[in-house]
Design a protein around this ligand. Sequence first.
Ligand SMILES: Cc1cc2nc3c(=O)[nH]c(=O)nc-3n(C[C@H](O)[C@H](O)[C@H](O)COP(=O)(O)O)c2cc1C
Length: 370
Amino acid sequence: MDGHMDGHTGLRRRLGYRHPVFAFSWWDPDVAIAASRAGGVGVWGCTRRTPEEIDEGLARMERELEGLPWGVDLVIPAGMPDSDDRARIEAELPTGHVEFVRDLRRRYGVPDDGLPGFRSRFVRSVETAEAQLEVVMAHRIPILALGIGSPAWAVERAHEQGSLTVALVGRPRHAEAALRSGVDILVAQGADAGGHTGTVGTFSLLPRVVDLAGATPVLAAGGVATGRHLVAARALGAAGVWMGTAFLGSAEAAPSETLLARLDAADVDDTVVSRSQSGKTLRMVRSAWSDEWQAPGAPEPLPMPQQDILIGDLLGQVLRHEIEPLVHEAAGQGVAWLRPRRTVAEIIEEIVSEARQVRDRLCSGPSEGE
Ligand SMILES: Cc1cc2nc3c(=O)[nH]c(=O)nc-3n(C[C@H](O)[C@H](O)[C@H](O)COP(=O)(O)O)c2cc1C
């Protein structure tokens, strides 16, 4: 695989990583820190963090990752309300939806500890996005990644600060819009992926985005879990891979035992796409949560950010109190290869060394038709 064909060599030189493995994590920055230290590129997803938490996390990443490549991910979806006004959203929630959530709480015995969850601690709004970006830009960030939409103003702002920009795209037209906004790296995220996802599978999306991207490097995301996937992604033209699910069970992510057990038990067909968490289509490991929202008679989830506020407190309490049937997390189809309690460095090392073996085997084997 020639470096000049897929941006691999150029990107590696520019960022200075050893392995073309970008590791996304939205819990504490530990996974991202471990990934960059292991020779990959760690990206901390901080879209659900307050500006103060972001400031603290980034200060830590700057301190611990000096000279290494790393990044931050923010989600700035279009169409959000102007201000962080929870009371206004609560007042407008349909009674039937509120009743459904109340009934879920009662039937599963979820205690109300009066605390919000990660989706309801603040309202996703223009106000919060601007405050988050402000804090991010006050730090020296090697990479700013943008999930769901890559507004040109955010890209310009990042460039002014000397950050490289990454946009996650799930459709050709998203890739075209991101290229128009001037992003430096595209992540072609196929439908297999955990988190917010579209409908086009990674195998179809990736080469299409590579063709559109021209000289802009593309990373492959969605279902990438092994060295075999890494080699396949490179063969389809990707400069590297962008992974999330693979690190969910890692020692650094340290999920609760209940969540780890659910993730560990899941196979490739145990995830579902549901709007029941955020109001947008999100792939998650299947649980009583997704079953309840898909059952006959369940209400249609509300749009973002109303759904966040409708379910946010309950979901936070489900996770905090480990209400087993309902415990779940965003996860992709690659959850089948989850390696519980392995360190991030071990996971990356295993993927990279398997990729080397696969590549050697392919290169030394007989060519097609022989
Ligand atoms: C738990 C979880 C949370 C995620 N949250 C975000 C997010 O906040 N921002 C974002 O750009 N992508 C998010 N993603 C998507 C990842 O960035 C990545 O594209 C995806 O995990 C790749 O596919 P994979 O899960 O098959 O590895 C999330 C993924 C997971 C699994």
